[in-house]
Design a protein around this ligand. Structure first.
Ligand SMILES: Cc1ncc(COP(=O)(O)O)c(C=O)c1O
Length: 499
């Protein structure tokens, strides 16, 4: 909203005065007020032009302007409500008018702030050349030189021997479970605090998920809960076929401890590093610490191919099998022959070209996301009840998303209310993942909390907030998020905390 100084005018002004004032204000609009200063209607340059065309001389007052009822908004209308009204009425400006009828500001469509989104694709100068090569050579297929090179280049970057590029992270998890022999009736342990894509492939395989809580240090899988789940499973004679360890929001889980437990029981780990490409755990790359690792290149990820995924492993046989299953499991025969069920999961050569370009800027993207986090942390950490996702000494997080928890009693509103209010300011913040054991889909599944009577991820969901974190966010956009966060929570803070 802009100030209205120099934009109000009364009917006693001449047409010439009005034109001169319109010209000086340079907003293309004036606010007509009565003698007491109360708002009457807006005047556009078109209104003044029509008076002139109708033969009114420049020296005449504008009293002949028709009395019309212009749209107005209240002074506390939020950006989203203002935009809705502008769209609905097909207008480009609307004054804010207080309860007594006085104008207090003016909204101009061209000055409405653009939305600040959670995490948008950030392309570099390199993608187009690889994509152009694919077009020039007619490699418009789910195989080709970009696919092979993307696999090699990603494997080299994360320090793993083999990689298979597929159509999504979910497809990579599904293939991974199949390769680990997960089938109907099997049990698979899986982090509860994650996106549904981590767990759905367990159901694709007809297996049963058992969910494991997070630990407060990293917000990822709790070794304590995992240990209890294994003990029970051993006692019941139903050890899991695999453990899906998810590394969330750009941070690795505590893999050494988790690996030691899994190795004790001889259970392989599938590391879901969809959100943590570029992160390290004790200097090793996230996604390379289990038997299999999975990355996602979905549009919101740290690097993207628009949609895509990668399955990685040091085991050549597993990755060869993954490629086989991902291309409809065609037997090596001179005709179409299939002995096992396969999938159409390979990545297209065009998208792999996008991936190759993106891979070149991964380190820069990590630095940029970390810088966004550091800015938020510096500007907001002093606030009561605001805590950022911790980064243990063994972790270097990419801060794919900056996530914090907010204490409703300190900030005066729930996390859900804060998301709504930020959204009204055109700032896209989101709730942290709703844990899988709280999802209706998995209501019948077993769950192991960090401590028997203390679920960590329930609280993370209740109070967890993801802030806009894109590597392409401008300084001003970050500033807007910080200002809105502080302003919204400060005004609604309970009186005893306000000062
Ligand atoms: C933790 C996690 N696992 C798996 C996936 C699935 O990846 P995709 O969207 O590429 O299928 C995602 C993201 O979408 C994710 O955040």
């Amino acid at each position: 909203m802009i100030p209205i100084d120099g934009l109000t005018i009364t009917r006693s002004a001449t047409l010439l005065d009005a034109l001169a004032q319109m010209n000086k204000g340079a907003k293309g609009v004036l606010l007509l007020v009565d003698a007491t200063g109360r708002f009457e209607r807006t005047i556009t340059d078109g209104d003044l032009r029509r008076l002139l065309l109708a033969g009114h001389p420049l020296s005449e007052t504008i009293s002949s302007l028709q009395a019309i009822s212009s749209s107005v908004v209240s002074p506390d209308a939020d950006v989203a409500a203002v935009l809705r009204l502008l769209d609905e009425k097909k207008i480009d400006q609307v004054p804010a008018v207080d309860g007594a009828g006085f104008p207090v500001g003016l909204w101009l469509r061209r000055e409405v702030p653009s939305p600040v989104l959670l995490s948008t694709p950030h392309l570099s100068e390199f993608e187009q050349e690889f994509v152009a090569q694919a077009f020039a050579t007619n490699w418009i297929a789910p195989l080709g030189p970009n696919v092979d090179a993307f696999e090699r280049e990603l494997a080299a970057l994360v320090g793993v021997k083999h990689a298979a590029a597929v159509s999504s992270g979910t497809a990579a998890i599904h293939l991974g479970l199949r390769l680990l022999g997960v089938g109907p009736g099997d049990v698979v342990f899986c982090s509860s605090f994650t996106f549904a894509a981590s767990a759905n492939p367990i159901l694709y395989q007809g297996a049963e998920p058992v969910f494991i809580d997070s630990e407060p240090e990293s917000w990822n899988m709790s070794p304590a809960a995992l240990r209890r789940a294994f003990r029970d499973a051993e006692r019941e004679g139903r050890l899991p076929r695999a453990v899906i360890v998810v590394s969330l929001y750009g941070q690795s889980a505590d893999l050494d401890e988790i690996k030691a437990i899994c190795e004790h029981y001889g259970t392989p780990i599938l590391e879901d590093a969809a959100e943590s490409l570029g992160a390290t755990y004790k200097g090793r790359q996230s996604g390379t610490l289990g038997t299999l690792g999975v990355y996602s290149f979905n549009g919101n990820k740290i690097i993207t191919t628009s949609g895509g995924g990668m399955l990685v492993s040091d085991d050549a046989n597993l990755i060869e099998q993954a490629r086989f299953l991902a291309t409809q499991a065609r037997d090596p025969a001179p005709h179409y022959q299939h002995s096992v069920m396969g999938y159409n999961y390979r990545m297209s050569n065009i998208l792999a070209g996008v991936g190759r370009g993106q891979l070149r800027v991964l380190p820069e993207r990590v630095d940029a996301r970390r810088a966004v986090y550091e800015r938020y942390a510096e500007a907001l950490s002093d606030m009561d009840g605001v805590r950022f996702m911790p980064e243990p000494s063994w972790s270097r997080s990419t801060r794919w998303l900056t996530v914090c928890t907010v204490d409703p009693s300190a900030i005066g509103m729930t996390r859900a209310q804060l998301v709504e209010r930020l959204s009204a300011e055109r700032i896209e913040a989101r709730a942290a993942w709703k844990p899988m054991h709280l999802q209706p889909l998995f209501a019948d599944c077993r769950y192991y909390a960090h401590e028997p009577a203390k679920s960590v991820c329930d609280a993370l969901f209740e109070n967890g907030l993801c802030l806009p974190s894109g590597s392409n966010m401008t300084y001003m956009q970050q500033e807007r998020v910080i200002e809105a966060f502080r302003a919204l929570t400060a005004t609604s803070r309970p009186a005893r905390l306000a000062g």
